[in-house]
Ligand binder design. Structure first.
Ligand code: SF4
Ligand code: FES
Length: 251
């Protein structure tokens, strides 16, 4: 049932990448519980603008769980307390009247803060550009049965492809590792015949770029998969390791 709640919003404010940031607490009143978390931030920003203060900078685009832009740490969890959902899919009914809600940007050396809650996730783009694609011309659409692919492989490839590149896995990991993201991107091709031709080159190039950009290594804590809004499985990391070992052994 819809009701209104009032709470304290503790937000990380940081003027620029090199500036020292700090938490600022705002009293937020009478927010309907069917408001989304980002809509709540919009309301707070309108009130700040009316008072002549700087609005809170945060990233967003699709607002429907597709683009991966809404990278916020809410109450100690990437994308907040809901499982299998992004921040834009989080609703204020998850919180109680009188709560203190803490909002921070992703904390990772590879994702530097641009301003307030917005971070630079260009490192993920660079990993993708290193090999997360099929570079040959596949021609026109073939008959669906021309290349037999098992249902299991097709389903797993599709599950891996659902990674939206949000970076929650990196933010959740105590090592700042990007292994879940890279493993999803490698797996979506490795599982399909169209991706096999460049599989060895791809896995080596993407992992090498990941290391170069300062992401940490995986120590199998599993925080990444626990916090991933798309439920990307840890078994992708096992596949990534097998793909990499296979590629190195055939060098
Ligand atoms: S693996 Fe999950 S948490 Fe990591 S970038 Fe992809 S969708 Fe986001
Ligand atoms: S704004 Fe696109 S996933 Fe949240």
């Amino acid at each position: 049932m819809e009701k209104n709640i009032s709470f304290k919003l503790k937000v990380w404010r940081q003027k620029s990448p090199k500036a020292q940031g700090q938490f600022v607490t705002y009293d937020v009143n009478d927010i309907p519980t069917d408001t989304s978390f980002l809509e709540m931030l919009d309301i707070v920003n309108e009130q700040l603008i009316e008072k002549g203060e700087e609005p809170i900078v945060f990233d967003h685009d699709c607002r429907e769980g597709i683009c991966g832009m809404c990278s916020l740490y809410v109450n100690g969890h990437p994308h907040g307390p809901a499982t299998g959902a992004t921040t834009c899919q989080l609703y204020m009914r998850r919180f109680n009247d009188g709560d203190t809600i803490t909002v921070e940007p992703w904390r990772s050396a590879a994702f530097p803060v641009i301003k307030d809650l917005m971070v630079n996730r260009n490192a993920f783009d660079q990993i993708q550009q290193a090999g997360g694609y099929v570079s040959f011309n596949t021609g026109g659409a073939q008959d669906a049965n021309a290349i037999p692919i098992s249902k299991v492989a097709a389903d797993e490839a599709m599950d891996s492809a659902s990674c939206i590149g949000c970076g929650a896995c990196v933010a959740a990991c105590k090592n700042g590792s990007a292994m879940l993201f890279v493993s999803a991107k490698v797996s979506q091709f490795a599982l399909l015949p169209q991706g096999r031709a460049e599989a060895k080159k791809r896995v080596k190039a993407m992992l090498s770029k990941m290391d170069e950009l300062g992401f940490g290594n995986c120590t199998n804590t599993g925080a990444c998969a626990a916090e991933c809004p798309k439920n990307i499985k840890l078994s992708n990391i096992s596949r990534l390791n097998r793909e990499f070992l296979g590629a190195k052994c055939s060098d």
